[in-house]
Design a protein around this ligand. Structure first.
Ligand SMILES: [Zn+2]
Length: 322
């Protein structure tokens, strides 16, 4: 059992490592580019995030660091500046601008494959970089004299191994997406759905139903859903898709569910996903104030429950929006 002084010392080092990893520079993820990445927004700051902000801020689910000393992942809703929300160091200034120019405008045709793939590409790169940053954090903890023993006993080393496998899958998807963007191939299939506006946005890459056995086969990328939820022009656009070959039937039915939902079913779906699957989503301060506190706490309880493995999308017994 650690003494309080030791624990304080450990926390200080953990914080220093997190700070250093956060300020580390990363290379641009665009193929062949060696430039330093700037802070890229997953969704357009001017045309999408701006619809949700109040005094330049909106709420997001804090990531609370990748590895905790104590069991359980402690999350909370954090008021974040639009400058920092839903962003990662992904691309250099040139590629962040030039590659995504077609989806910068509110008038873009989001049913066109060339645009759908750009949204999915940016979500995929973000998930990849998030994992690279978490592995870097783990590497530094393993090397620290004071932390290495507790690191070795924690779930950290196993999580890093899982993340490496996740990265291999994401790199596979990323290469196929780059071929689509550069050569006009179509490795993926997307649907764009249109709903009444809700004050939320999300950009995520996830597996709707995790099959623990399939996840252990290194050559085969795990079945993955690519999802972007975009409030724009007074409507909520959902762009959702999957790889044409590396996809299982639970993912296929999950992807095709979106186009069959009415407004209330959408709200329930989003509530379920926000509680159990999507880490990268935001809501407006206006909506945050409207939601009863008990429901917000309910979402956090799902995330903070250490017994919760998130193999399946949780069916939450409340609707965040009404
Ligand atoms: Zn670049």
């Amino acid at each position: 059992m650690s003494q309080p002084k030791e624990l304080r010392e450990m926390r200080k080092i953990l914080e220093a490592i997190d700070k250093n990893v956060n300020s580390k520079s990363w290379p641009c993820l665009y193929p062949g580019c060696q430039e330093v990445a700037i802070n890229s927004h997953l969704l357009q700051r001017n045309s999408v995030l701006s619809t949700l902000v109040e005094n330049g801020h909106l709420y997001e689910l804090s990531t609370a660091g990748s590895f905790q000393l104590e069991p359980g992942r402690i999350r909370e809703f954090k008021l974040t500046s639009a400058k920092k929300a839903l962003s990662e160091p992904l691309f250099c200034n040139h590629h962040d601008h030039s590659v995504f120019l077609p989806i910068e405008s509110n008038d873009s045709d989001w049913t066109a494959y060339v645009n759908q793939i750009l949204f999915a590409y940016r979500s995929t790169c973000s998930e990849l970089r998030k994992k690279q940053r978490a592995i870097e954090t783990g590497r530094r903890r393993a090397q620290s004299n004071i932390l290495s023993a507790s690191w070795a006993q924690s779930r950290g080393p196993q999580t890093v191994e899982e993340m490496r496998m996740g990265i291999a899958d994401l790199e596979h998807f990323k290469r196929d997406m780059e071929e689509d963007i550069l050569s006009g191939t179509n490795h993926f299939e997307f649907v764009t759905c249109d709903f009444p506006i809700l004050d939320v946005c999300a950009s995520a890459v996830f597996t709707p139903v995790v099959n623990p056995i399939a996840s252990m086969i290194p050559e085969e990328p795990v079945s993955t859903e690519f999802l972007n939820i975009i409030p724009t022009n007074g409507r909520l656009k959902v762009i959702v898709g999957h790889h044409k070959i590396h996809v299982d039937s639970p993912t296929l039915s999950h992807v095709h569910e979106w186009s069959k939902m009415d407004a209330e079913a959408l709200e329930q779906k989003l509530t379920n996903l926000f509680a159990s699957r999507l880490e990268t989503w935001c809501l407006s301060p206006r909506l945050y104030r409207q939601i009863p506190k008990g429901k917000l706490t309910g979402i956090l309880q799902f995330w903070n429950n250490p017994a919760h493995h998130h193999l399946y999308e949780e069916q939450v017994d409340f609707n965040l929006f009404r």
